[in-house]
Design a protein. Sequence first.
Lengths: 368, 90
Amino acid sequence: MPPVEAWEKVFLDDQALGRVHAELGCIACHGGVGGVTDMAAAHEGVVRDPDPAQTCASCHQETVQTYGDSLHVTLAGYYTVLQMRSDEEHWPQLMVAFDNHCDDCHASCGQCHVSRPTINEGGLLAQHEFKQLPPMNLTCTGCHGSRVNDEYKGKNQTADGEKVPADVHFNPGGMACFACHSGDQMHGALGVEDHRYDGPPTPSCTQEGCHEEIGPGDGIAYHTEEHIARVQCQVCHAAPYKHCYNCHVQLSDEGVPFFRTEPSEIFLRIGRNPIQSPDRPWEYVLVRHVPVARDTFAYYGENLLANFDARETWTYATPHTIQRRTPQTASCDSCHGNAELFLTEAFVRQRTPDEVEANRRVIVEEVP
Amino acid sequence: MRTKGIWLFLSGLLGLVLAGCLARPEITPLPPSPMLPAVPTRAATPIPSTETPAPQADSSTCIACHTDEETLKALAVEPEEAEHLSEGEG
């Protein structure tokens, strides 16, 4: 993201506020002291990021009512996987690490609609204009940068130097994040979720207004009943995507949190569906290695991920690299019998030898 | 009476057969990973009354300063460059 100087982060245009918000004045939401010109005195009690329940809710009650259930607020996805990989004995130590390294990844109303997210050092988006649709480059991909942004905009290349094209929804589709990821999803209005793949796909490829006509008999030879029932859409229609390995976190001598990850890799792998359900019935799905290792939190104590093998590290994935035609769609033999595309045990042993047991559920034992 | 009982029995049987035919194909999920008891996550702040917050004070001095580019440039303090110790993609 383009850098912003300190003064510019708080430089506002009183016309940008809009009539309704301007009528409230600054102090109603941010606190502080009016009528004084001394900077320190004026800022006494100022709240940079007002509590939505105390401010936004007065008009946007319906939205704020569910916003607390949003994964952007609860961070439930983090807790879910950490609960699975850890145990009660190590949980308190793990939470110390969580507070230092993970807990800042939040969004609030203001951090999408008024300013850049705090994790990206804040700064007003447009001189305090309230943006009904947050600008995706300064908000969404400000946080979801290294995987979603680079995949969606075609900024990756494979180890062979082959450029991975942008997702067709972005180019030529020109679709911003919110074209698929609705306000209801962002605002927690779809219900309490344990992680982002909890419940039916949101968005779903075949939902109303999208590819709802896709299915057996649609005239596309590969769209057989068996393929549609057993294979996730992305398996055939995604280009290679990013895998990250071995994230390790610690504090500097001065107490500054930092992390180290190994270089990422760009390729595609098909595994077995670890979260198969009526909502996601496919047997084969794409899998992505996520940035975790058995000793990710070793700085904070021994064996904090005591149940590391309880959850796969090659996880269910929905890459943002969608293409109509891919190497997988070229012919039957592109996939069938092609072990190069599947997450086999041999592949896991070669890439992540310490994680074979953790990935039993997703390893493809026999290439179809 | 006996004939009525037979009809009731046959109707019930037919109902069971039809229900079986209409049922969705069963999905055998992969064995679930063990989960610890739920850990309380961040709780949303309760939403108080829905009255629009009244302007509490005159904000004209806030506006005057924050719309004045020169004043802000003079007063703003760039934060110290944070240590960039992290390596690799986040």
